[in-house]
Design a protein around this ligand. Structure first.
Ligand code: NAI
Ligand code: MG
Length: 379
């Protein structure tokens, strides 16, 4: 096997300049390892192996993973996903490496709020989701090659439709009512808009598309439009355009090349980023970074996908999303060389056809992981 070249990242970084810089390089990082449920522990274990391999190859740092058993099993035994002092526990780490949460016998709103949202809200207000077609993989779109689809979606991660405001009354009666109140604040919009503009500015095309639904939603979404247009004045070198979310699904599908950095609300970006992952080939390759730009809290890195009950324990889960996620975590920690090394090895593995079933291959989680480690060591 020919050694792989560590080439420059084909994209600009996910993390724009202008925010808290990484702390000084460390020789040892402490990372909270939260596999969670379903395939979460399977892919996170694979990610841990790959990070250890990169650290060993480079010899400049190591990572101490602190495995925490916060999961639906813990909830079923103790009534809680996390211990009371979970924020204090997490703060002792440089980053959080998270799998997925969700179990067939726990309602999804209990599991999501019990673990993932408990950790991410409200500090990690920027949810950054890169999408591109990896070499050796295919988009379901006709005539869409690697390079034609290269997006970075910025999702507002702390408020909006997922603020948790609302309630239910008259339970069980015919006139039962449930409300889900969307919360948008000037502060929340401004800070995520600045993040997205800085990110767009750091990417070669300097192009930002922001998404709202300010025709039908005439209050909060109009506030979004107003605040974004104010923030845009701070970034005259960034070209900005606006899409309504329904039309955005059409543009993503029919004109993927016309997009670069994308900013949207919590709900809209949640949906658009799943579409993005599918258009790029598979939900099994898509990474997410939940960033606290102030670095008050350790940021959390996770694959986009969920706990995938249908393939849990079968050794079929695609670990590529987790490897890409690991690269973003290492980038955030300032370990750019390790991030590039893992990404290059992952891309080479895809190019060599060592792929899981979701990408049309026949390899299992272990084969893909071993292949990536082999390429890291041979680099
Ligand atoms: P899902 O992402 O778990 O699965 C959707 C489909 O994609 C399934 O067919 C699954 O087999 C496939 N898939 C997902 N990841 C894959 C991978 N790495 N390799 C190969 N195939 C993969 O979404 P679903 O089924 O809607 O949700 C299952 C559970 O996960 C629910 O409890 C849900 O609430 C939870 N969930 C949790 C998330 C999180 O923790 N961030 C995100 C999304 C869902
Ligand atoms: Mg989602």
């Amino acid at each position: 096997m020919a050694p792989i070249a560590i080439h420059a990242d084909p994209q600009a970084p996910v993390f724009p300049a202008g925010y808290a810089a990484p702390p000084e390089r460390k020789s040892l990082y402490k990372v909270a390892q939260l596999g969670g449920d379903g395939i979460g522990p399977e892919v996170i274990d694979a990610g841990v192996q790959v990070i250890h391999a990169a650290a060993k190859k480079l010899g400049t740092f190591s990572v101490d993973f602190n495995e925490l058993d916060w999961s639906s099993d813990r909830y079923k035994k103790t009534g809680s996903y996390v211990p009371d002092d979970y924020i204090e526990v997490l703060k002792k780490h440089d980053a959080i490496f998270f799998g997925a949460v969700g179990a067939p016998d726990v309602p999804d709103h209990i599991s999501l709020w019990g673990l993932r949202l408990a950790i991410c809200q409200p500090h990690m207000y920027a949810n950054v989701r890169r999408t591109r077609i990896l070499p050796g993989t295919e988009s379901p779109l006709r005539n869409c090659q690697p390079g034609d689809l290269d997006w970075c979606i910025v999702r507002e991660n702390s408020e909006g439709e997922y603020a948790g405001h609302g309630g239910r009354s008259h339970r069980g009666l015919e006139h039962e009512v449930g409300t889900e109140v969307t919360i948008f604040t000037r502060t929340g919009i401004r800070r995520i808009a600045r993040y997205a503009f800085q990110l767009a500015q750091s990417r070669p095309r300097k192009l930002l598309t922001y998404v709202t639904k300010s025709n039908a939603m005439r209050n909060g979404m109009v506030l979004w439009d107003e605040v974004i247009n104010e923030v845009a004045k701070e970034f005259p070198d960034v070209t900005m355009d606006h899409m309504l979310v329904d039309a955005m699904t059409v543009r993503m599908t029919l004109h993927p090349k016309s997009l670069d950095t994308i900013l949207a609300t919590n709900l809209h970006a949640d949906i658009l980023s799943d579409l993005a992952a599918a258009l790029a080939g598979s939900i099994g390759v898509a990474p997410t970074a939940n960033i606290d730009p102030s670095r008050t809290m350790p940021s959390m890195f996770e694959p986009i996908h969920g706990s995938a009950f249908d393939i849990t324990g079968m050794g079929l889960a695609n670990p590529v999303a987790t490897f890409w996620t690991a690269c973003e975590m290492l980038d955030w920690l300032g370990e750019h060389e390790a991030a590039k090394l893992i990404m290059a090895a992952t891309e080479q593995t895809c190019r060599d056809g060592v792929k899981t079933k979701d990408l049309g291959g026949s390899a299992g989680t272990k084969e893909v992981t071993d292949a990536v480690i082999q390429r890291i060591m041979a680099a």
